[in-house]
Write a protein that binds this ligand. Structure first.
Ligand SMILES: C[S@@+](CC[C@H](N)C(=O)[O-])C[C@H]1O[C@@H](n2cnc3c(N)ncnc32)[C@H](O)[C@@H]1O
Length: 306
């Protein structure tokens, strides 16, 4: 099976937190007469493979002891889609979006694996942004009686701000977003602020504004840079800024950006780090529904507490 291999402990951490929110969410909504869905916009295959080289059965071993292949399959753990399908009480609908055709085909198998949910599982083989914009723009009447938890779990900077805005405008969606803090955004913010144009555009697109330039960079006078006389004489315009942003300030900035469009945003997003302790992603939560955002934020903040 074309399972996917990604992540270490941080993947588990991410799935644990989002997974904890789902039953709490259903529990709060279950007697409210609303239809509520789980939407996984970067759904993968439904499985994740544990990236643990120590415990992997080597191919050479498999040739000698084919029965070990059985153990190998046990290292496929539940991905977000399978976690959602196992949530009790259940959601009314499950929408799994996946751009990769083969992975979308894998997702279809979940319909047979969960026969009791079969008719309520929708697999969408499409770009997540296109599908979400269309869904979110169904209008106030559509969203009056519907609610959803949406998980955005991209590898990188695939989600433009326009998608985030559309989600917030529904006033009906609770969002878990794995923001690519260290894996992408911080890397594009070069030390000297001399950022190539295509990267600048990417940053504008993910933040939905250009003001990050003034916040993440500050002017530096040549006398503060400990330059030689020669360097001072040749000091050029492009040398006049330096990066003042760090992981913490980028995280705070992004939370503030979310607050400009969502009814409520968790103030304690979780930094997910690799085994060398380097920040990779920021797990954020935001609630679009002004009527219940306080409760949603309270639950999410509790779940996000380290
Ligand atoms: C980090 S993985 C998702 C893992 C999944 N949430 C899980 O826990 O099992 C990201 C997935 O998004 C898919 N993807 C990438 N770009 C996409 C896009 N624009 N729209 C939809 N899916 C996309 C990739 O093929 C990949 O399977």
């Amino acid at each position: 099976m074309a399972k996917q291999i990604f992540g270490g402990d941080w993947t588990e951490e991410k799935l644990n937190r989002v997974g904890k929110y789902l039953p709490a969410y259903v529990h709060v909504l279950k007697d409210k007469g609303l239809k509520y869905a789980y939407i996984d916009a970067f759904a993968g295959t439904g499985y994740r493979e544990l990236k643990d080289t120590e415990s992997k059965v080597q191919e050479s071993q498999l040739l000698l002891f084919p029965e070990l292949a059985e153990q190998e399959t046990q290292k496929f753990l539940d991905g977000s889609a399978r976690i959602a399908l196992q949530t009790k009480p259940r959601f009314h609908q499950y929408i799994f979006i996946e751009k990769d055709r083969n992975k979308a085909l894998e997702l279809k198998k979940l319909k047979t694996e969960f026969p009791e949910l079969n008719k309520d599982i929708i697999i969408v083989n499409s770009d997540a942004n296109l599908y979400l914009i269309n869904l979110c723009n169904q209008g106030i009447d559509y969203w009056k009686t519907r609610r959803a938890v949406l998980f955005l779990d991209p590898f990188g900077m695939q989600i433009p701000w326009s998608t985030i805005e559309a989600i917030a405008q529904t006033q009906a969606i609770d969002l878990w977003y794995l923001f690519p803090l260290g894996i992408a955004v911080n890397r594009l913010l070069t030390r000297d602020g001399n950022i190539q144009e295509s990267w600048q555009k990417k940053l504008d697109k993910i933040f939905g504004t250009t003001d990050w330039r003034n916040i993440f960079y500050a002017p530096v006078e040549p006398q503060n840079k400990q330059l030689s006389l020669f360097e001072i004489e040749n000091y050029s315009q492009k040398d006049k800024t330096e990066k003042i942003a760090n992981f913490e300030s980028i995280s705070r900035y992004f939370v503030e950006r979310l607050k400009t469009v969502f009814a409520g945003v968790a103030d304690n997003p979780l930094v997910l780090r690799n085994s060398c302790n380097n920040p990779l992603y920021l797990l954020c939560f935001a609630s679009a529904n002004p009527k219940v955002s306080k409760t949603a934020i309270k639950i999410a903040q509790h779940i996000l507490k380290s």
